[in-house]
Design a protein around this ligand. Structure first.
Ligand code: 5GP
Ligand code: MN
Length: 335
């Protein structure tokens, strides 16, 4: 990391730091943000973590989660806090449009910006850019960042727990985007006192009963499968949102069940959230759902996991998704 020595000097002196991550923060967003916070605080920095919107409830168990400022809820406080900041970290996102109004507020601020992110095609919005889509997760990058600062000694069980959270969630519990390094990092975190089973429990064994029933509904009543395109879809209507009282995070992970069908190569989850229709696409192998989301729905993400928003109706969005599949037949059948 070439930027390391300049950054190392910067963080030696206590700064007023804000760590920002993307809308609908996932385990990697919250894990990387809190890991960095607990690391930086060991230098005496004043650190606030600020997200545009709320995070899924299970992550309330992470140390420091309760102090996170949510722009949608704590707008005024977030503004006041941000105005005093001179060092901003952008974690797990690479364009201002991923943080909406928070981005509009942050753009003109006079502060040094550091981006640590593993999505494709970063915007030129940081003074220090640490962007590499070959990493499994931003949490893995935060580990490498701390290592590049010569500070592995500062990876205590709390920092380790937060890092491990994003590694587990962004690799689907070591099912994809894995490599030798991710297992070595995990081993190192465990040796440094991180309790891995407590993280797995927090993520996978903290479901509410209603979410299991929602999953049953999705699989039994809302699933479509087109073997000719090796594609499966789950959709949810506005009415489903009411019936199951769906809240933030409740639909997380549902799309992945489709990938467990033997021949499925593309999995889609299209749901009519209260204000917008959201698409989540997942793929196996070389099929590029990032390109699909970007070209047809103005979204993005990673090759095998991408998302987008649609301002069309649920039906129109599903129809559009079905209509573009033939464009990808060759890619799908080759995979
Ligand atoms: P999810 O489907 O779980 O919301 O997101 C999957 C991946 O795609 C994540 O890395 C997420 O950051 C990215 N993503 C989701 N929605 C959007 C979007 O509207 N625009 C862009 N650029 N990326 C998105
Ligand atoms: Mn991530």
């Amino acid at each position: 990391m070439e930027v390391a020595s300049a950054l190392r000097q910067l963080i030696q002196i206590p700064q007023n730091v804000a760590i920002l991550s993307h809308r609908n923060p996932d385990g990697d967003a919250i894990g990387s943000s809190l890991a960095l916070r607990h690391y930086l605080e060991q230098y005496g920095h004043t650190v606030h973590v600020i997200f545009p919107s709320e995070y899924p409830e299970e992550f309330e168990a992470l140390p420091g989660a309760e102090e996170i400022l949510i722009w949608d809820i704590h707008t005024e406080e977030s503004k006041q806090v941000l105005q005093r900041k001179n060092l901003l970290f952008f974690l797990d996102f690479n364009a201002y449009n991923r943080i909406d109004k928070l981005g509009d507020f942050v753009k003109p601020l006079n502060a040094t910006r550091v981006m640590i992110d593993h999505h494709l095609y970063p915007d030129d919005i940081a003074d220090f850019l640490f962007s590499d889509p070959s990493y499994s997760s931003t949490c893995e990058m935060v580990y490498r960042f701390i290592e590049a600062m010569d500070d592995k000694i500062k990876i205590n069980p709390t920092v380790g727990k937060c890092i491990y959270t994003g590694i587990v969630t962004d690799t689907g519990s070591f099912r994809h985007a894995t490599n030798a390094s991710i297992f070595r990092i995990t081993a190192d975190l465990i040796e440094r006192g991180m309790n891995d089973t407590s993280v797995q429990d927090m993520i996978f064994n903290s479901q509410k009963e209603k979410n299991l029933r929602l999953l049953g509904h999705c699989l039994a009543n809302r699933m479509e499968y087109w073997p000719e395109f090796k594609t499966a879809l789950i959709w949810l209507s506005k009415k489903d949102y009411e019936t199951f009282q769906i809240q933030r995070g409740d639909t997380e992970g549902i799309v992945n069940y489709l990938l467990s069908i033997k021949d499925v190569r593309i999995a889609a989850f299209i749901h009519n959230q209260p204000t917008v229709v959201k698409l989540s696409l997942r793929s196996k192998g070389n099929i590029d759902v990032q390109e699909m989301c970007h070209t047809h729905f103005n979204g993005g993400g990673h090759r095998n996991a991408s998302g987008a928003y649609s301002h069309d109706s649920l039906k129109a969005t599903i129809d559009k998704f079905k209509a573009i599949l033939p464009l990808y037949t060759e890619q799908i059948l080759k995979s």
